[in-house]
Design a protein around this ligand. Structure first.
Ligand code: MG
Length: 338
């Protein structure tokens, strides 16, 4: 149920008292103040009415048959929690014990009978103002919480976009650099191997010249997709390294394992048989692979590993392309594919 807004509508006062005469007098006094009034004659009815419509304030008689004011007050708090309207207890028992009981049961304030009308008017007005200010504050907090959540979502999306290559939707160079740094340090601590596969589409310039740049983009996307499919472990990363060059980070992987991954990609690409009339290596799109791996040494940079993979890739190109070369030792196509 939404919070009352005193600016827009007349506050609703619920009068709960077993004495009919007093109810009538209270109603008259409250209506004169410009409030809407509902009245009931016991605690059960009070709870029933509140289930239908929460008033802005409850004037609650302490002494009533069946369910008395103290019990009713406690039940209202149990039922409505934070939504519970302020409760002004009206008690004929002007003694310390009943005042304590009223506050223990959750009364917001109390007045004693016989009612001092000026005091009642002021108390009701003040409670409504406090209630209104609290509601405003809650709305403001909720609004800010919502804005914060939206901001966080926008930030996450921005970070996601900033880490992706726009064309191929795989990781971009920036996230490759970050990931490699991170894995390098981690595996130096673990003394575990890190492998890299650097690969490059053979005769890609000729592909663009033959089929046009839009087809070239499509080819890049297809190759990226094949690479992405081939790499399944969560810690592995496939990234666009630049132009028609891609790179794969394989943490906790020996060079041998990385070579197998490269071979599998080469086979998959062969099976896809994307026509490439301009290629001097094959009639289809092929990749040259440079694979390198090592156990990172603490305090060093991964540049050495990149240089090794780059040299291997260079060697693969030199030896006729469409092959996997590992640390300058050619392992494909001479070794059997998986
Ligand atoms: Mg009474």
């Amino acid at each position: 149920m939404s919070e009352p807004d005193l600016q827009e509508k007349k506050p609703l006062i619920l009068i709960v008292d077993d004495e009919k005469t007093l109810r009538l007098v209270l109603r008259h006094a409250m209506e004169q103040e410009g409030y809407q009034v509902l009245e009931v004659n016991d605690g059960d009815q009070c709870l029933a009415v509140c289930q239908q419509q929460l008033p802005d304030i409850i004037l609650l008689d302490a002494m009533m048959p069946v369910v008395d004011g103290f019990t009713c007050c406690a039940q209202l708090h149990t039922t409505f929690g934070e939504q519970c309207p302020p409760i002004l207890m009206i008690t004929g028992l002007n003694n310390q014990e009943s005042v304590d009981r009223a506050f223990e049961a959750g009364a917001t304030d109390y007045i004693t009978k016989p009612i001092h009308w000026a005091v009642l008017r002021q108390r009701v007005r003040r409670l409504l103002q406090t209630q209104w200010a609290m509601a405003q504050l809650r709305r403001k907090i909720e609004h800010e919480r919502l804005l914060m959540a939206q901001l966080e979502a926008a930030n996450r999306e921005l970070q996601r976009l900033a880490s992706l290559d726009g064309l191929t939707q795989i990781a971009n160079r920036r996230s490759f650099d970050e990931c490699l740094q991170h894995e390098w340090k981690r595996l130096a601590r673990e003394k575990a191997p890190l492998s890299l596969i650097l690969c490059d589409i053979d005769f890609f310039k000729a592909y663009n010249d033959t089929y046009g740049h839009q087809a070239g983009d499509k080819c890049l996307k297809e190759v990226a997709h094949i690479l992405h499919q081939a790499v399944r472990r969560p810690a592995d990363l496939v990234a666009r390294y630049g132009g028609e060059e891609f790179v794969i980070i394989l943490p906790n992987t020996e060079v041998k394992g990385a070579v197998l991954v490269a071979q599998a990609i080469r086979s998959k690409l062969q099976a896809e048989a994307i026509p490439h009339a301009g290629s001097q290596a094959s009639g289809c799109v092929t990749l040259s692979f440079g694979v390198a791996g090592m156990i990172p040494r603490p305090g060093t940079s991964p540049n050495e590993l990149i240089a090794m993979a780059d040299q291997a890739l260079y060697q693969a190109k030199l030896e006729g392309r469409d092959r996997v070369v590992c640390n300058l030792v050619q392992v494909s196509p001479s070794i059997p594919e998986r």
